[in-house]
Write a protein that binds this ligand. Structure first.
Ligand SMILES: *[C@@H]1O[C@H](CO)[C@@H](O)[C@H](O)[C@H]1NC(C)=O
Ligand SMILES: *[C@@H]1O[C@H](CO)[C@@H](O)[C@H](O)[C@H]1NC(C)=O
Ligand SMILES: *[C@@H]1O[C@H](CO)[C@@H](O)[C@H](O)[C@H]1NC(C)=O
Length: 464
């Protein structure tokens, strides 16, 4: 019964979103110079780029340890429930004790600082970013790539993949300068003080960041919210974005949904929109939607009442740990919920997962991070119409087997007519760069190689 209500709610949401899209006549584009910080910061905005080092303050560590050690007794899980009711509390003491007693704050701080970090003020927001410049022999072309993470991730997702992408020039012929910002409100980037900073507005912030660094044209890569942001970047700045590689298929264009629903339950039509070998990633529609409804409750809450959740998870590190790690567990593999340890150790060490929690905890950034759901999944954003504008930017879609969503080329082309190709994997999940850095990097480099061909064709045509 709950599931039935879930489906009805989900479908109602989807259809109301689509209806408001149809009603919007023309797009309302986000302002290029919108100000998201305190009003009084405008007059003396510091536009310099400042080197930044991550520092775990002693006071923060002491307080964190105290909270971890003094959480109330957890309620035992129901027999045999594993992760199906949420984080299995049989595991909680292990994680909490590890964080308090064994996590080496000094070593992890050093680990996080292995790449150069910076901050700069964009539109009133202090934006933190990691910038990895490859060391290459003279004459090797270096191209800029902006990589955007999502929730509940961070720049740390790319620590393994970044060097693989950055210095592969002997194989590819070009090197890559990698810029990984923290999303506004996530960790070391400050959050907005007023309403309205959704994915499209963040796209503008990131574009302005690239200009600040000195890149007027650049390539982009995104997963999760990063992919939504990059889709907006491609839509808003088609002459500046040279190519978009995504490991999370997003298209809210009306045609994408129409194609999907049209494929139900007509098998012949299904064959037109998805190749038979991939059909089980899209159909049966009810199974796919049920799966989504069962795992996306967090999304609805975060999209509607983020600040209430924020009170709890900003106050309790054990709560934050359970909430975020359960989301990670489910996003890596939907079947992880049937495992006692949530499958959390398959791809990551405890240190790596706690590093990511630290980014949220030490900056008290939980509330500001989840507001992205409220600011993006609403009718204002949908009515703005950015999602329904097609973009000509060359596009490449990487689709991992266990990703939360699959979209076929026919569906993606409703938004990205210039889809060059896809990388289809028989493995991998939502945090692909973090899970399978080699596979991720290879796909990104293949895509950029193809993007560069498109760009050089364009330049040749202009010169003729
Ligand atoms: C923690 O890491 C630091 C720096 O790597 C190291 O010097 C220290 O011995 C480590 N502490 C423990 C208890 O392992
Ligand atoms: C719960 O996990 C255990 C151990 O991982 C497994 O043997 C069992 O089948 C799981 N239960 C369910 C209902 O999947
Ligand atoms: C797309 O990539 C696949 C391999 O992933 C390759 O077999 C195919 O030829 C490519 N298609 C085009 C049009 O480049």
């Amino acid at each position: 019964m709950n599931k039935l209500i879930g489906i009805i709610v989900f479908c109602t949401l989807v259809f109301s979103v689509q209806n408001s899209m149809i009603e919007s006549d023309s797009a309302t584009l986000p302002k290029i110079d919108a100000w998201w910080g305190p009003e009084d910061g405008k007059a003396n905005q510091d536009t310099s780029i400042r080197p930044f080092k991550i520092k775990f303050e002693e006071e923060m560590i002491t307080d964190l340890r105290y909270r971890l050690k003094n959480h109330r007794p957890v309620t035992p899980p129901l027999e045999g429930s594993n992760f199906t009711y949420g984080f299995n509390t049989n595991n909680l003491e292990n994680w909490v004790n590890y964080w308090a007693d064994s996590y080496n704050f000094t070593a992890r701080e050093e680990f996080m600082n292995q790449f150069p970090h910076f901050k700069t003020n964009i539109q009133g927001l202090d934006i933190h970013f990691m910038r990895i410049k490859p060391e290459v022999p003279e004459g090797v072309e270096v191209i800029p790539l902006l990589i955007s993470h999502g929730w509940p991730g961070s720049f740390l997702e790319f620590y393994k993949a970044a060097p693989l992408i950055s210095e592969a020039y002997e194989k590819t012929g070009f090197a890559v300068e990698i810029i990984v910002p923290s999303l506004p409100g996530f960790g070391f980037s400050s959050g907005a003080v007023r309403q309205g900073l959704g994915a499209s507005e963040i796209a503008v912030v990131f574009r302005n960041l690239m200009h600040r660094i000195g890149h007027k044209t650049f390539y982009i890569q995104g997963g999760d919210w990063g992919s939504v942001i990059c889709a907006s970047l491609s839509t808003l700045f088609p002459d500046e974005v040279l190519g978009f590689h995504s490991n999370f298929a997003v298209s809210y264009a009306i045609g994408t949904w129409a194609t999907w629903f049209g494929g139900f339950p007509n098998k012949a039509f299904q064959d037109l929109i998805v190749q038979p070998s991939m059909a089980n990633r899209l159909f049966p529609l009810a199974t796919v939607f049920l799966g989504t409804v069962a795992e996306s409750g967090y999304m609805h809450l975060q999209a509607t009442k983020p600040d209430t959740l924020g009170v709890a998870f900003s106050d309790s590190p054990s709560g934050l740990l359970a909430y975020i790690l359960q989301t990670v567990s489910g996003a890596i593999r939907s079947t992880n919920k049937n495992r006692e340890d949530g499958g959390l150790y398959d791809y990551f060490t405890q240190d790596e997962l706690i590093d990511n929690l630290m980014v949220y905890w030490m900056n008290n950034a939980f509330t500001t991070s989840i507001r992205i759901y409220a600011e993006s999944l609403n009718t204002r954003n949908v009515n703005a119409g950015v999602h329904s504008i097609k973009t000509t930017v060359p596009y490449w879609s990487l689709q991992a087997l266990n990703e939360l969503r699959y979209l076929s080329p026919a569906m993606l082309k409703q938004k990205f007519p210039n889809l060059l190709n896809q990388t289809i994997l028989d493995d991998g999940g939502h945090f692909l760069a973090w899970e399978l850095p080699e596979v991720f990097s290879e796909s990104v480099l293949t895509a950029i190689t193809e993007f560069k061909k498109v760009q050089s064709n364009r330049i040749c045509k202009v010169e003729l």
